[in-house]
Design a protein around this ligand. Structure first.
Ligand SMILES: C[S@@+](CC[C@H](N)C(=O)[O-])C[C@H]1O[C@@H](n2cnc3c(N)ncnc32)[C@H](O)[C@@H]1O
Length: 186
């Protein structure tokens, strides 16, 4: 019998805690906030750190066609699950640091479930530079975080001239989280 998405997530968290870096998959409320500003008329979406697909599901529920959603995940077991759960979704088993190489342009947003704050500055820089190269003018990098600070380090924010907005606290998540939307100015 196939394991549930939750059991798969918890098993991988146990085996690879430094990659998964979460107590549980994101809640429905958090996923809905991550996808809240997506518009099927505005073009494709890149998703980073898709895991077992909770945020992916919210992206598709927002009306984005699976063919217009490009999901990066480095864990091969999660990639197999994403392919099984979401026919037509573009799944790439690779590091999010290489998102600038994806075969898609002019995306409306990059939606990230990555543990960005725990990543080294150079990897954050690669991810955010990839975002800047793929997004259409006015498009956002959407990232949740559990902590009190913006989840992109100030060095990278300054280098790429990023401003941000943040959501209210989403209490129905383990642990409670906020969603940040970063945008490149100029
Ligand atoms: C906190 S979990 C989020 C999973 C799911 N999006 C959710 O919100 O429930 C982080 C995910 O990012 C993936 N990940 C971590 N580092 C990565 C990297 N450098 N490139 C791609 N995926 C990565 C992990 O394998 C894991 O699936």
């Amino acid at each position: 019998m196939a394991t549930s998405d939750f059991a798969l997530f918890m098993g991988q968290l146990f085996r690879k805690p430094h990659q998964v870096v979460a107590l549980a998959p994101s809640s429905k409320g958090l996923c809905a906030e991550m996808a809240a500003e997506l518009d099927p008329a505005k073009g494709p979406v890149i998703e980073l750190g898709a895991g077992t697909g909770n945020i992916t599901r919210a992206i598709l529920d927002a009306g984005i066609a699976p063919e217009d959603c490009h999901s990066i995940e480095m864990n091969p077991d999660f990639c197999d699950r994403l392919r099984a759960n979401f026919p037509g979704l573009n799944v790439y088993q690779m590091s999010a640091g290489d998102c600038g190489d994806l075969p898609v342009e002019n995306v409306q947003a990059v939606v990230s479930g990555l543990p960005l704050l725990s990543m080294p500055t150079q990897l954050q820089r690669d991810i955010m530079t990839g975002f800047a190269s793929k997004v259409q003018p006015g498009g956002d990098y959407v990232q949740f975080t559990y902590g009190p600070k913006p989840p992109v380090t100030s060095v990278v924010r300054d280098e790429l001239n990023l401003t941000w907005r943040k959501s209210g606290k989403i209490w129905w998540n383990m642990p409670p989280a906020r969603v940040y939307r970063f945008r490149q100015q100029g």
